[in-house]
Design a protein around this ligand. Sequence first.
Ligand code: COS
Length: 385
Amino acid sequence: MSYDLTEEQQMLKDTVARIAREQIAPGAEARDEEAQFPWDMVEVLRENALFGADFPEKYGGSEMGLFSLCLIIEEIAKVCASTSVVLLVHELGTTPIMLAGTDPQKDRFLPKLATGEHLVAFGLTEANAGSDVSGLKTKAAREGDDFILNGTKMFISHADIADMVCIAAKTDPSVPGHKGTSIFVVDTKTPGFGIGKHENKMGVRGSSTVEIVLEDVRVPAENILSGEGKGFPIIMKTLDLTRIPVAAQAIGIAQGALDYAVAYTKERTQFGKPIFSFQGLQWMMADMTTQVEAARQLTYKAASLFEGLPKNLDRLPTETIRYSAMAKLMASETAMKVTTDAVQLLGGYGYIKEYPVERMMRDAKITQIYEGTSQIQKVVIANTL
Ligand code: COS
C-alpha cells in the first residue's frame, strides 16, 4: 500500500486549496457571524463540480472516490468549516441512495445530486433517538401505493434548504428496537413536510440545523429504499462511510488553526523576540503538528480501505468499520485539542472574534458529536475487537 497521494490527488488538493483560499476564506467570518445558509458557497461548489466527486460517472459525477472527497473537504475545512458541511451533508444524504437504491431510483435522484442542482439531507435523529438510533418514533403507515409519514426529526442539517431528505421511519412499530425501520426519499415540497425550530448553534453556524415536522406526509412506495424493515443496516453502513469525511473535516479545521498559530507566533513579539522562539510554545506546536499528522494518516488509511469497495448493502469488512470509527474519534479529539491550543497560543487575541482560531475552536466541537459521538465511536471500535 502506498502512503503518498497520487499525482491526480495532489493536483486536486492544490486546486481545492486555491479555490478555498481565494473564494471561500474571505467570507468565513461573516458566514459564522450571520448564521445564514451559504448559497454563494453552494454556487462555488457547483461551478467547480465538487458535489459529484464521489458519484459514479454514470450519474454525472467524477467518480474520484471517498478518499478524494476527503481531500476536498479537508482543504475547505481549513478555511471554513461551515462550507465543508455542505459537502458532508450531501454525502450523508446521498449515501443511502447509493447503497440501497434500485437502478430506477438512482436514475431519478442521482444526476441532479451529482451536479449539486438538488441538495439532500439525512433525517435520522429524533428527540429520544440520538446515539440510540433504534429508538425512532417517526412512523410510516402503508396506504395503498403510498406511505403516510408522521413524526418529528431533530438536529437535521440542511433539511430547510434541501430538495429531498432520506427519512428513517418505523414501518412496523410493533417490532421493538431497530427492526421495522425503513428509509424513504421524501420530496421536501410534499404537503405536510414542515420545518420547525431553527437551532442557534455554537459552531458551523453557516450551516442550518432544523427540526422536521412530518404531518401526514404522503410518500409513494416507490421511494422506499431496499424495502420495508430493511432500513437499519442502511443507516449503519451510511455512517460507517460518512464518518471518514467528518474526520477529514476535523483535520482541516485543526490544520487551519495550527497554520494560523504558527504564523502568528512568528510575528508576535514579547520579551524582545518572536514568541515562536520560546521552547515552551515550540513544544506545544510540535505536539499539535504531530497529532494532526497522525490523525491525517489514520483518516487517509481509513479512506483508502474503502477504495474499490462496491456501494451496496453487503456488510463492510470489520477492519473498515474499525478504521472509520478510529479515524473519526482520533481526528475529532485532535481537532478539539489543537484548536484549543491555537487559541492559547494567541493569548487574549485568540479569545476574540477578530482572529479565526476562536471560530475554529467552536467549529471543532461538533466533530466530536455529530455522526456519532466520540463515546459511540469507542463502542463501535470495541465491538470490532
Ligand atoms: N453495518 C451494517 N449493519 C450493522 C452494522 C454495520 N456497521 N452495525 C450493526 N449492524 C446491524 C447488526 O447486524 C444488527 O442487525 P441484526 O439484528 O439483524 O443482526 C443491527 O444492526 C443492530 O446491531 P447492534 O445490536 O450492534 O446495534 P445497537 O442498537 O446496539 O447500536 C451502535 C449500535 C451504538 C453502534 C449504533 O446504534 C450507532 O452507531 N449509534 C450512533 C448513531 C449515530 O451516529 N447517531 C448520530 C446520527 S448523526 S446523522
